[in-house]
Design a protein around this ligand. Structure first.
Ligand code: FAD
Length: 163
């Protein structure tokens, strides 16, 4: 059921899509919000074990939306460089479609640890463990990915083809 990209020469490999998810520091979660309006909300996340994980308060628009309908998409912009003389931007972005679920047990700890590892830089391990233990009030939400694609500006494709 997932659509094919019209401009196939700009399609990223699955490996390149995973690399963008790995290095991204925020993404926009799109879910089925109140009154059937799509709700697009930015979050920090980690790509771990082929899934996306983010943390969230236990109540709010986002949690209500994914509880009502777990189908979501998640977009990350990797590059967006304005090239004014060409009236364009050189871009690269990825989109995942999947189902969101609130995780529990060992997966909660693993997901939280993966997030803390990504965002804590060089902080000592003990400080990270303290942070995880102190955050029991947060949900960890996983997105099980059904389909993911990436697209980049034709100029990036041309540069790659030259190599
Ligand atoms: C770069 C970035 C990273 C973030 N990382 C995380 C994260 O990892 N986890 C997390 O839980 N939150 C994160 N946030 C905050 C997140 O965007 C939401 O504000 C937050 O999750 C609350 O969402 P909610 O649906 O529960 O809010 P609610 O307060 O229930 O939302 C009610 C209404 O408030 C408005 N609203 C909520 N959030 C925003 C927003 N960000 N911008 C504009 N209007 C808003 C919307 O109109 C929404 O319908 C991040 C934000 C940014 C910009």
């Amino acid at each position: 059921m997932f659509r094919e990209m019209r401009r196939k020469n700009q399609l990223l490999s699955q490996e390149d899509v995973a690399a963008v998810f790995d290095r991204g520091t925020n993404g926009v979660l799109a879910c089925h919000g109140d009154g059937d309006y799509p709700y697009a909300v930015p979050v920090s996340y980690v790509y771990y074990n082929d899934k996306l994980y983010f943390h969230s308060a236990k109540s709010g628009h986002k949690v209500d939306a994914i509880t009502k309908d777990p189908k979501v998409s998640f977009a990350v912009v990797d590059e967006d460089t304005i090239v004014s003389e060409e009236y364009t931007t050189y871009f690269r972005s990825v989109i995942a479609f999947g189902k969101a679920r609130i995780v529990e047990g060992d997966e909660w700890i693993e997901g939280f640890k993966a997030l803390v590892d990504k965002y804590s830089g060089d902080l000592p391990e003990e400080a990270n463990i303290k942070e995880i233990k102190g955050c029991k009030t947060s949900h960890i939400i996983a997105i099980d990915i059904d389909h993911m694609t990436g697209k980049e500006a034709i100029e990036f494709v041309r540069e790659k083809n030259k190599k």
